[in-house]
Write a protein that binds this ligand. Structure first.
Ligand SMILES: Nc1ncnc2c1ncn2[C@@H]1O[C@H](COP(=O)(O)OP(=O)(O)OP(=O)(O)O)[C@@H](O)[C@H]1O
Ligand SMILES: [Mg+2]
Length: 368
């Protein structure tokens, strides 16, 4: 059986940004009369509007993808139109991957030219590899060469993405220096090179809280404009982000709509922020922080999991008992130390808080 070349389609569990938001991108391109950099599908203004949301002259509503400071998005988009690459930096769950995908989708219409960085990422993943059957049959030639996503982006003038750049071993990272400074990828075996055409650029993401990762060499770092994605500034902003994403994901999973569960979402976000900040929202009580990172991304999965519980085993409305187990799982990563942190928080903060009785009871039930 042969696999179809592209079997993603509308039924994909997680469609690529350019497919999921194809309508919005089309409407933006139609309305966009500003100058576009070479090979860009949209002008920088339209790319920023795609990320931040807005209403077009014809009434089309563009949903916000990124909720955060406008300037951050503007700087990121503008960087892509220069000869410097873009490095999105931040603590886990600050939407680095998410922003990178949407930027590539909006600029190039393709977010799939992706290299996933790991400790085992080889040079071939950034440069090129060989199809050994062809190499043996026909000898070295361009037909036997397997281009990396970066090489394809260079040749086609698109945006390539490198995820978790700092997890890649330092010598492999350095492969990118020539790519970013000379805009060329030499193929010494063939005495050839692939020169980047206009439109090419690269977005890398890196986590600034990873322990034991490879630092970026200063030579490579200089090739990047760094944009730091912050944690949501206020609880309201974070609730908004979680509610939006949960709603989008819930629709894909046929889960009930979230608005009815807004109270629970607020609760999850409050618990996460207080534990993260080490102090209660009113600034009165110090609490200990658990070992794991309680990011917005985790809050989203706790609420999505809770909605699934509510849909399949409850009355369809998100209740305290639907999120309690998820919160516990997110907070208690280290069974010994984190459990103590959680229990202290439960007794000192949750128990005393007005309107949190049901939640306290639900937490006690799963914590015991
Ligand atoms: N400011 C924000 N605006 C919109 N969505 C956000 C925001 N912060 C987090 N999210 C959501 O959080 C989820 C996780 O984001 P993402 O995976 O991009 O984080 P990340 O920074 O790449 O994390 P990691 O360091 O773990 O790779 C996404 O679904 C994203 O929509
Ligand atoms: Mg990521």
């Amino acid at each position: 059986m042969t696999m179809p070349e592209n079997d993603r389609g509308a039924d994909a569990l997680r469609p690529h940004a350019e497919d999921a938001f194809a309508e919005e991108l089309k409407a933006l391109a139609a309305a966009d009369d500003r100058p576009r950099p070479a090979r860009w599908n949209l002008s920088p203004w339209a790319v920023a509007t795609y990320l931040l949301g807005g209403t077009l002259a014809d009434g089309t509503v563009i949903t916000p993808k990124y909720v955060g400071p406008r300037r951050i998005v503007e700087v990121a988009v503008t960087t892509l139109a220069t000869d410097r690459a873009l490095l999105l930096l931040g603590v886990p769950g600050t939407a680095k991957t998410w922003v990178s995908e949407h930027l590539a989708a909006a600029v190039s219409g393709d977010s799939t030219l992706l290299v996933q960085g790991t400790a085992g990422t080889p040079e071939e993943a950034i440069r090129y590899g060989w199809n050994y059957a062809r190499l043996l049959a026909h000898g070295p030639g361009r037909e036997a060469l397997v281009p990396s996503p970066v090489m394809r982006a260079m040749a086609e003038g698109r945006v390539a993405r490198v995820e978790e750049l700092t997890r890649i071993p330092a010598d492999v990272q350095d492969t990118l220096i020539t790519v970013l400074s000379e805009k060329t990828l030499p193929i010494p075996e063939l005495g050839q090179e692939v020169q980047a055409v206009r439109g090419f650029n690269l977005i890398a993401t890196a986590n600034d809280r990873d322990r034991g990762v490879n630092e970026l060499s200063s030579a490579l770092r200089r090739r990047f404009n760094t944009v730091v994605l912050p944690l949501p500034a206020t609880a309201d902003a974070e609730v908004d982000i979680v509610a939006r994403r949960v709603d989008q994901m819930g629709r894909a999973l046929d889960l009930p709509a979230a608005p009815e569960g807004l109270e629970e979402i607020r609760r999850v976000v409050t618990v996460f922020r207080e534990l993260r900040d080490g102090i209660t929202a009113d600034g009165r009580t110090k609490v200990k922080s658990p070992s794991g990172t309680l990011s917005t991304a985790e809050a989203i999965s706790v609420v999505t999991g809770g909605l699934a519980l509510a849909a399949h085993f409850g009355d369809g409305v998100l209740r305290p008992s639907d999120v309690a187990a998820g919160i516990l799982g997110a907070v208690v990563r280290d069974p010994a130390a984190d459990r103590v942190v959680w229990q202290e928080y439960l007794e000192a903060v949750v128990r005393e808080r007005d309107g949190w009785k049901d939640f306290y009871r639900a937490c006690r039930e799963v914590t015991a």
